[in-house]
Design a protein around this ligand. Structure first.
Ligand code: AMP
Length: 144
């Protein structure tokens, strides 16, 4: 059901885009903003969002936004790899509450994985913002 609905301009990510809420920012260009997930499922869990969008999910999005968003996600994922040297990286996104979506501004998750390290629970356990800023700076330094 929540696949459909009206975009809320006061959702958390819209507020982060307007700098009305703090975030450990990693990278931005004309099209995307990347920042650390504050409830990380793994060290280095990063989110990439379109900057000029009122799409709640992937299906709603203007096709012209998808290309730059995925290019941004790839660029950030490569920087995450270079900074943190994970064994694998999950790149995913959720559409609708039954699929696990909790914030209704389109976003892509970049989640580093290490052999033998279990994935944390989605949206559980708030990280320390100062530690997230250190990670954000490490990843930002590897953006190519
Ligand atoms: P989803 O469940 O796919 O909608 O993902 C939303 C993500 O946003 C979750 O992984 C949350 O941990 C994350 N999140 C929620 N609030 C914030 C916030 N203020 N700053 C950064 N990440 C957030």
């Amino acid at each position: 059901m929540s696949l459909d609905g009206t975009y809320d301009p006061d959702n958390i990510f819209a507020k982060i885009l307007r700098a009305e809420m703090p975030a450990a920012r990693v990278f931005e260009d004309d099209h995307v903003l990347a920042f650390m997930d504050v409830f990380p499922q793994a060290k280095g869990h990063t989110l990439v969002i379109p900057k000029h969008s009122t799409a709640r999910n992937f299906l709603d999005e203007d096709p012209e936004v998808i290309g730059p968003l995925m290019l941004g996600a790839q660029r950030v994922a490569k920087a995450v790899r270079a900074a943190l040297n994970p064994d694998g990286i999950v790149i995913t996104q959720f559409n609708g509450a039954p699929a696990g979506q909790t914030v209704f501004h389109l976003h892509v998750h970049i989640i580093p994985r290490w052999e033998g390290v279990a994935l944390g629970r989605h949206g559980q356990g708030m990280a320390d913002m100062e530690k997230l800023k250190v990670l954000a700076a490490q990843i930002a330094a590897k953006i190519a």
